[in-house]
Structure formats: structure tokens, C-alpha cells
Design a protein around this ligand. Structure first.
Ligand code: GLN
Length: 485
């Protein structure tokens, strides 16, 4: 964890890379004007960082990739933006994403889809990259992953509600960290589903990810869900007690067999197996574990996230923020409803409308018991599954259960982040259920509020990156066990 990557690139070089590459990637939706350089001793001096367009900035629009907010400029910076600026980062721009974070392939965006910038050196050498098959960068934070993968910025901020950091990180072959729920402030971050939303960090390697995470990992009194200083201290004490060194020796790595479903492609499975063997040969103890509620997590996630989204989206009413489509001339007051309906029908894309309908239905008196409450029960079971297998207690969770007294629990879990490689953009079926299945391996950590990290495995340069990408060591309570290993 102490290795720091020397990075000598000047800010102008990052900005040049954006000019050279983004026309084929479509990761950026706004680019800032260059400001004064930061002080040389500032921790992020000379680092170009871009943020997902759901994170508010006072000097650029924040659209959430929605027609609803196309012209919205926030009067304030989000706390994470303030922290980055204070650390001397150059906020180079805002990044494309699925509308309000809803999606897995970054195709639901008023700015158009993001194209996965990964290019293999030797796969199809005779075909220039721009003419090769276009693949999805993953979503919803596709712009964040693609901007890092294309070398257009040192790191990017994303959000992660059910996998939006880890899935695009996997498809683009970069590192994606979803920290524990509550560690990074959400103040000034546009809400999708508040009980699940986290700000994520993406970068080319783990050290860069940690460097940016360390700047953002702070209590924020403005965010009522921010983990308290006391909980942070307890988490760090537990972590130091459990993992006094960063050696792999005797690290207990759990392999949950439910995370190796039949849909998992061999291309993904083989390198994960190799990684497990590699860790074993370096002294780690591999422990097969079971998380039996996993198969229900995806459905529970979509019910809970849509219910919360339907409530969050209510604020876009044609009056308070963003788009306003008036009722037709001659309408009387009762036609305020017409204004509301027209604004929302035009302002929201089809995926957002679908989630509002699903979420509103799940919260109706008829469906509440069978959908919303059942989903909450599953959420509890998913959490209990994790509680049963980990060695260290979850100090950030209010529904604490004791750690395993027998010391037989695991320190981290290891499994693939995604079931497949990045899908070709022209094969994406936006109406089918297939895109929702992409999230099957990422949603459980979100439901439990656990940290998760997607890390690219070695790649021979001939395949799409996620062929060799596994990820998402899930640990308890604190980022540090992951980051120190
Ligand atoms: N793909 C998931 C969804 O559409 C997760 C999105 C996210 O994490 N923001 O809900």
C-alpha cells in the first residue's frame, strides 16, 4: 500500500488526451476551462480528475445524462468535488453515465452511449481501432471507466448503487472501488436510491485509487448517512487488530460458490481460477463458503432501488429543477397535472420511467407486502449471510451480529465481478431482461453496504479486458483490508 506511482504528466497533456480521444469514446459531457495550477505540494497537484455527471459542480452543468436536467447548473460543489479541489486536483470535466445512474451498459443517456476504449494490440491488427466492433463501456458509470481506460484522466469519480462502479471497471479493465456505505459523502450527489448509493473511485491501478479515496474518506456533517468519526475509528482499530501486516500469508480468502453461476463464461472463470491458485501459492488460505441468499439478491435490489428511485424522481416536477414543459394554452389550474405529466414524459427516458412505474407499484398498498417488504427481508438475509462468513464484525452496520468467535471466518471474499465480457453495443437489447442480469454478482455487496473492489487480472492484450477481470473482494467494515492487500 505504500507504493506510490510516480506520475509526471502535466495537466496540459491530460487535456490534450481528451481532445485526441474523446470524439471516439464519448466519455466527457462537459470539459472545464483550465484554471490556475495548484500548489506543487498539494497531494493531487498535476492530477487530472473527472467526475460522473451525477455529482454537482458549480462551474459545469450536472445533467445526470437526462433531458430533465440538460441545462441544470448547481449553485454548489458536492463535498467530494470540494475535497478534490482542496487537494489540488484539476477537475477536467464531467462524465457520461446512464440516466440518473439507472442502467448497466451506459446506453440510456441523453448524450449517447459510451464506447469502450479498450483496444487490443494484436487481436485484429489489420483493422484500425475506430473501425473495430464497438463495445459497451458498462454502466452506469461508463464515462468514468472509459475516461481512465483511455488515459484521459488519472482517476474518475463514479457512483455505485448496485454495481455501477464495478461493472464498468470490469468491462474497461480498470480498478473500481465501491467503498463501504457512508464512508464518502453523498452531499451534492444526485440521488438514485439513498439506502444503496455510494460514491466510487476508478483509476488505472490500486495505488492511484487509494490515493484519491484517502482524500475523500472523511466524515461530512452535511450528509446524514455519513459514517460517524467514532465508527470510522472503530473500523480502523478492528482492521489493524485483524490484519497487522499486509502479508498474504494466512489471509483467509472465501470463495462463495453461489458467485460462480452457470451463466459465467469460461473466459471469465479460467483467469479467476488462476488467480485463486496464485494467491494460494503465496500463502493465502482458500476457504469455500456459501452465501445462500445470493440468488434472491437481484430481484430484491431492483424492487428496493426502484421504490427509492420513484420517490427521489418526484422532485423533478417541472417547477423546482430543470425542465419545465407548460400545459397547453388555455389550460386551467387543474392542468398543473398536465404540465407535470408532459414535463416528466418528455424529460425522463424510458428506463427511468420504467423504474418509476415499478417502484411506485411496489409501494402501493396492494403490492407493498408482497414486493417491498419481501425485498427488505431478503436484504436482511443477504446481510446475515455475510455476517456469518466474515471473521471481523461489521462495525459500520447498525444491525450488528457478532463476529465468528471460532476464528474460522474469512477476511475477504473473492469472485468474478461480471459474468461476461463487454457486450457489443449493437447487440444491446434495451427492452429485454438481459441487461439486468449483468448485476447479479455486484448487488449483494450493495444491499449489505459492504466495500467491494473490482481489479483487472493480467491480460495478454489479445482479449477484451473483462475476460481477465475478476474482482470484488468484499471485506467487512473497512476499506483498509482490501487496500493493504
Ligand atoms: N445496473 C444497476 C441499475 O441499473 C446498478 C446501477 C448503479 O449502480 N447505479 O440499477
Amino acid at each position: 500500500a505504500n507504493i506510490t506511482r510516480p506520475w509526471t504528466r502535466q495537466i496540459s497533456a491530460w487535456r490534450q488526451a481528451i481532445r485526441d480521444k474523446d470524439s471516439s469514446v464519448n466519455a466527457f459531457v462537459s470539459i472545464s476551462s483550465p484554471g490556475q495550477p495548484s500548489a506543487e505540494h498539494a497531494p493531487l497537484h498535476n492530477f487530472a480528475i473527472a467526475v460522473k455527471d451525477m455529482i454537482c459542480t458549480s462551474d459545469m452543468p450536472t445533467t445526470s445524462s437526462s433531458a430533465m436536467l440538460k441545462d441544470f447548473v448547481s449553485p454548489l460543489d458536492a463535498t467530494v468535488v470540494t475535497l478534490l479541489r482542496q487537494a489540488g486536483a484539476d477537475l477536467v470535466g464531467k462524465l457520461n453515465c446512464d440516466e440518473f445512474g439507472m442502467g448497466s451498459l451506459n446506453v440510456h443517456s441523453v448524450h449517447g452511449p459510451v464506447v469502450n476504449p479498450f483496444q487490443t494490440a494484436s487481436a485484429i491488427p489489420s483493422v484500425p481501432w475506430k473501425e473495430r466492433e464497438k463495445r459497451s463501456a458498462g454502466g452506469s458509470s461508463g464515462g468514468s471507466a472509459a475516461s481512465v481506460a483511455a488515459g484521459m484522466c488519472y482517476a474518475a469519480l463514479s457512483t455505485d448503487t448496485g454495481g455501477s462502479t464495478r461493472l464498468p471497471a470490469s468491462y474497461c479493465g480498470v480498478v473500481g472501488l465501491k467503498p463501504s456505505y457512508g464512508l464518502i459523502s453523498r452531499w451534492g450527489v444526485i440521488s438514485f436510491a439513498d439506502s444503496l448509493d455510494c460514491v466510487g473511485v476508478m483509476a488505472a491501478d490500486v495505488c492511484a485509487t487509494k490515493r484519491v479515496f484517502d482524500i475523500l474518506n472523511a466524515y461530512d456533517a452535511k450528509d446524514p448517512t455519513s459514517a460517524s468519526p467514532d465508527a470510522r475509528q472503530r473500523a480502523s482499530q478492528e482492521a489493524t487488530k485483524a490484519w497487522p501486516t499486509s502479508s498474504l500469508k494466512d489471509l483467509r480468502i472465501g470463495i462463495p460458490h453461489e458467485y460462480f453461476p452457470s451463466e459465467l463464461s469460461d473466459e471469465v472463470l479460467t483467469p479467476v481460477r488462476e488467480a485463486i491458485q496464485g494467491l494460494k501459492s503465496r500463502g493465502a488460505i482458500i476457504v469455500p463458503v456459501s452465501l445462500p441468499s445470493t440468488p434472491y439478491a437481484l430481484s430484491a435490489y431492483y424492487v428496493i432501488s426502484s421504490a427509492e428511485a420513484s420517490s427521489n424522481m418526484a422532485r423533478y416536477d417541472g417547477v423546482q429543477y430543470g425542465l419545465h414543459i407548460p400545459a397547453p394554452p388555455g389550460a386551467d389550474l387543474a392542468n398543473a397535472a398536465t404540465m407535470y405529466a408532459r414535463t416528466r414524459s418528455i424529460g425522463f427516458g424510458s428506463e427511468v420511467q420504467k423504474r418509476i412505474l415499478l417502484g411506485t407499484y411496489a409501494l402501493t398498498a396492494d403490492a407493498f407486502d408482497n414486493y417491498f417488504l419481501q425485498a427488505q427481508r431478503i436484504r436482511r438475509l443477504v446481510r446475515e449471510d455475510f455476517n456469518r462468513v466474515f471473521r471481523v464484525p461489521d462495525v459500520l452496520s447498525s444491525s450488528l451480529t457478532a463476529s465468528r468467535p471460532d476464528n474460522e471466518g474469512v477476511d475477504v471474499l473473492l469472485h468474478p465481478s461480471a459474468i461476461r465480457t463487454a457486450p457489443p453495443l449493437d447487440s444491446v437489447d434495451t427492452d429485454g431482461l438481459q441487461t439486468y442480469v449483468q448485476d447479479v454478482l455486484t448487488v449483494p455487496a450493495s444491499l449489505a453496504g459492504l466495500p467491494a473492489l473490482s481489479v483487472p487480472l493480467k491480460n495478454n492484450g489479445e482479449e477484451w479486458p473483462s475476460r481477465n477481470t475478476f474482482g470484488h473482494g468484499v471485506t467487512y467494515a473497512s476499506f483498509s483490508p482490501i487496500m493493504s492487500r
